[in-house]
Design a binder for this molecule. Sequence first.
Ligand code: ACO
Length: 311
Amino acid sequence: DRSELERQFEDTIGRDQRIEPRDWMPDGYRSTLVRQIAQHAHSEIIGMQPEANWITRAPSLRRKAILLAKVQDEAGHGLYLYSATESLGADRSELTGKLISGKQKYSSIFNYPTLTFADVGVIGWLVDGAAICNQVPLCRCSYGPYARAMIRICKEESFHQRQGYELLMTMMHGTQGQRRMVQEATDRWWWPSLMMFGPPDADSPNTAQSMAWKIKRHTNDELRQRFVDMTVPQAEALGVTLPDPHLRWNAERGRYDFGEIDWTEFTAVIKGNGPCNAQRVAQRRRAHEEGSWVREAAAAHAEKQRALRQV
Ligand code: ACO
């Protein structure tokens, strides 16, 4: 009966074991996972756009090959994640419909423009750095398919972070103008990167339940602090200044203190009013519509194969 199923579920979570697709799970657990994993998948797919903006203008063949490979990795991440939602009974085309009609969210970070090639480096360094901080603990998520997808995704994200840092290091050893570009890109991306971790714990409606279910392993503020502590020494090594006058080492806490995040900007961006929201969603909708013939052809081919097998 139901209470026995609930007990088994709680027991599995309590023992730090994995819930698998065929196991019984509470409706709230299922819907929380579909919400989070779908948002995550959408972020990977929308996240291809800001960087794809630079593929045709990469400064060398080497940089172009790296950038192409990176953007393709993001597509792959989106696909594993949509597959993880399907293992929970979600329908991928419905989720895409919710993305392009603005009913489901994707990460706030991808609503900012990429103005120079230094942005490609800064996205790798800060945005992928923040993504790793947030996602490594998700490899221990209680839901098996999500946790397993995160292992490969995190390996690839680490590579992306390194390529961004290497790109920036190269630019910092270049001309005065290149160094200025890196600093200016850092100034624009720093605060939005901190917003990626979500609202402060006191304003995060989902954290407590998601932690009890071991979907999330740390709170938004814990991960944000971890990211700041990890990034400050990297900024020093690069020779860029993080745009926060309140950033300083706190010996008592053994962590960096940092300034107040502009939460009104965060709220505006997740409500659809960031600098590039309309453009990102319109581009995704256009790609979906223009790709309809591919989906139709694939479905017709599958149907034909099925008919052939029945003969
Ligand atoms: N951008 C857009 N929406 C956000 C963001 C953000 N940076 N942070 C929080 N939100 C949304 C939440 O999705 C939630 O919305 P909903 O209830 O309508 O679904 C709301 O704000 C309140 O936030 P929380 O209660 O803190 O939500 P949650 O527990 O889901 O935590 C978090 C948010 C930390 C982003 C979590 O969902 C998560 O870890 N997701 C997986 C990682 C991910 O999606 N990364 C995407 C960017 S990285 C990349 O793709 C390279």
